[in-house]
Write a protein that binds this ligand. Sequence first.
Ligand code: NI
Length: 272
Amino acid sequence: MRLGLATALLLAVTGCSGVTTIAVPRGGGAPARMLPQLPPMDRTVLGSRLAAAQPEWAGRALPLVPPRRMVNCRRAKCVALTFDDGPGDETGKVLDVLARHHARATFFLIGQMITQRSAPFLRRMVSEGHEIGNHSWDHPPLSTLPKGVLRRQLVRTEDLIRHVTGIRTPIMRPPYGATDQKVEAETRREGLSQILWSVDTLDWRDRNSEKVLARASSVKPGEIVLMHDIHPTTVQAVPRLLSKLDSKGFTYVTVSELLGRLTPGKRYADGH
Ligand code: NI
């Protein structure tokens, strides 16, 4: 799995506080293996992926985008639920539950997870009013990468999302929350705001629906909740989470709806 030992190490460092700058451990065994260096010319790989994706959508119109709602989160009890590292096999179930609750959420997608099979989920996200964010191509800690590699991590994913949906996303989430001045400069350059989180469900570590439910439902108005729709235990928690948050009177908003005007490069961890 991509979320292996290095993730555990890194997340152990970030904890649940939404800390934005971390020291990626060096000299250990795991990080070296964790740093996928994209080849200098990755257009061929991207090209073949796009070509593989193309036949299915040839002649199909891009999804219609519902307008962004004007929600006053100073008055409403807003919560931004975010789902990372997909699209995965379970993503459709999350979309079904969100639809039943008329809830909007934000999905931070990994470029290499967008395949011919999973790409229809992106179109569904867009047409059902959810927001899509860039979560890099293959989930390295961006702060450890040379500038050019870092940029390709963002641009490749950006290109693929735009190809599939017609949307250009204004937001990204640095994997592991690992960010620094270099990441800030590159995201600013790409017109992307950095979205962190204020509630960490630790669902990658505790594959336990009850724990995920308890942590996520402790959310306060204006917060951003971090979950992963690639874990079945998280997906199983979502129906009860929404029922619980419904009963507390929460309004489900996308990250952009929560934050309003976004500044490229800037880090956001909540709507306050
Ligand atoms: Ni992630």
